[in-house]
Design a protein around this ligand. Structure first.
Ligand SMILES: Cc1cc2nc3c(=O)[nH]c(=O)nc-3n(C[C@H](O)[C@H](O)[C@H](O)COP(=O)(O)OP(=O)(O)OC[C@H]3O[C@@H](n4cnc5c(N)ncnc54)[C@H](O)[C@@H]3O)c2cc1C
Length: 297
C-alpha cells in the first residue's frame, strides 16, 4: 500500500529541516526527503556567521541536531532523492524515488542550489582536482601553498579568511568594483597580510595538467600561479523536479507567490531554490515557518 502523508518536504537543508520541524509541531504527518546529506549547504561550514540557532555556530552540528530532533519528533526521514513529482489521482502529489513512491497532500520544495562553476576553459576538466567550493574541506591540502578565491559576496570573504590561516597566499578575484559582502567579513579577510583583493577582474581560463596550477585573468592576460581555486559565485537552483510551466526567475530560481506558493494546489517552495531568496539561513527559516503556517490554513 502506498504511504500517505499530510506533508512531504523535498530537501533537508536548513529550510527543509525548519519546515519539517514546524509541520510536526503543528501535528502534521511529515515525510522528509534528502538526496545527499541532511543539513545541505551548511554541512561544510564549520563556523557560521551568523548562525540562526543559539545552540551552535557549527554548520554540521546545526544540520545533525535539527535532523535528529525532527526524527525524535516523528518526522519520517527518507534518505534518497525524489526523482519525479506528479499529481496524485484525485488531489495531492505523488513523490517518486528510487525505493518506491508515496503520496502527500502538500509538498514543500526546499531543494536549494548546486554550486555554480565558472564557464571558462579548464574548469570542467579540473573540478575536484584543485577546484573546490569548500575551504574547510579542501583548505588543509593547501598548507603553505597559493590559492585563488573567486567571488564578491559573503561566502567568498568568509571562506577566504579560513584559507588565509592555512595557505601562503590568498588572492580574491571579483568582477565588481566593490564587494557585495558584509563590511565586517571583508574586513576580517583583508586583515590577513597574505590576502590580496583584485577587483574588477575575471578569471578567463584555468590551467593545469591533472591539477590546477594557474588561472588566467582578463585584461592584461596575467597568469596567476595557484594550487587551489575556490569558487563562491552563487548557485544554480535545483528546479528540475518541477513542471517547466512553473515560471523561473532570476538565476533560474522558482518564482513564488505569498508564503512560497507555487501556483499549483498544495505545492510550495522555500529557501535558496526560490528566485529572490535573500541568501541567509535566518531568511530560509522564516520562509519555512511562513509556508507551513499558510498550508495549515
Ligand atoms: C560557503 C557558504 C557559507 C555560508 N555561510 C553562511 C552563514 O554563515 N550564515 C548564513 O546565514 N548563511 C550562510 N550561507 C548561506 C546558506 O548556506 C543558505 O542560506 C542555506 O544553505 C539555504 O538553505 P536551503 O535549505 O534553501 O538549501 P540547501 O542548504 O542547499 O539544501 C537543499 C537540500 O536539498 C537537497 N536536495 C536537492 N534536490 C533534492 C531531491 N531531488 N531530492 C531530495 N533532496 C534534494 C540537497 O541535497 C540539499 O541537502 C552560506 C553559504 C555558502 C555557500
Amino acid at each position: 500500500m502506498i504511504q500517505h502523508f499530510d506533508l512531504a518536504v523535498i530537501g533537508q537543508g536548513y529550510a527543509g529541516l525548519c519546515a519539517a520541524r514546524e509541520a510536526r509541531a503543528r501535528g502534521l504527518s511529515v515525510a522528509a526527503f534528502e538526496g545527499v546529506m541532511v543539513g545541505g549547504a551548511v554541512m561544510t561550514v564549520l563556523a557560521l556567521d551568523p548562525s540562526p540557532e543559539s545552540f551552535t555556530t557549527s554548520g554540521p552540528d546545526l544540520g545533525a541536531i535539527i535532523g535528529m530532533e525532527n526524527i525524535d519528533a516523528g518526522v519520517v526521514p527518507l534518505l534518497e532523492p525524489v526523482t519525479a513529482l506528479t499529481p496524485a489521482p484525485g488531489s495531492g502529489w505523488t513523490l517518486h524515488c528510487p525505493q518506491g513512491v508515496l503520496t502527500a497532500r502538500q509538498v514543500i520544495v526546499a531543494t536549494g542550489t548546486r554550486p555554480r562553476l565558472l564557464g571558462v576553459p579548464g574548469v570542467a576538466r579540473l573540478v575536484g582536482k584543485g577546484i573546490s567550493h569548500c575551504a574547510d574541506c579542501d583548505g588543509p591540502d593547501l598548507i603553505g601553498k597559493d590559492c585563488v578565491v573567486v567571488g564578491g559576496g559573503d561566502a567568498a570573504f568568509q571562506e577566504a579568511a579560513i584559507l588565509a590561516r592555512i595557505a601562503r597566499s590568498v588572492t580574491i578575484v571579483m568582477r565588481g568594483a566593490a564587494p557585495r559582502a558584509r563590511a565586517d567579513l571583508v574586513g576580517q579577510a583583508l586583515a590577513f597580510a597574505n590576502v590580496v583583493l583584485l577587483s574588477g577582474r575575471q578569471v578567463r581560463a584555468v590551467m593545469g595538467d591533472g591539477r590546477v596550477s594557474a588561472v588566467r585573468l582578463d585584461g592584461d592576460g596575467t597568469d596567476l600561479a595557484c594550487d587551489g581555486l575556490f569558487l563562491f559565485i552563487g548557485g544554480e537552483p535545483e528546479t528540475g523536479l518541477l513542471p517547466e510551466a512553473l515560471p523561473r526567475g532570476e538565476n533560474g530560481g522558482l518564482v513564488t507567490g505569498p508564503h512560497g506558493a507555487l501556483g499549483l494546489p498544495g505545492l510550495w517552495a522555500i529557501g535558496s531554490v526560490r528566485a529572490g531568496f535573500a541568501g541567509g539561513l535566518a531568511e530560509a527559516g522564516e520562509e519555512a515557518l511562513a509556508a507551513v503556517a499558510a498550508l495549515c490554513r
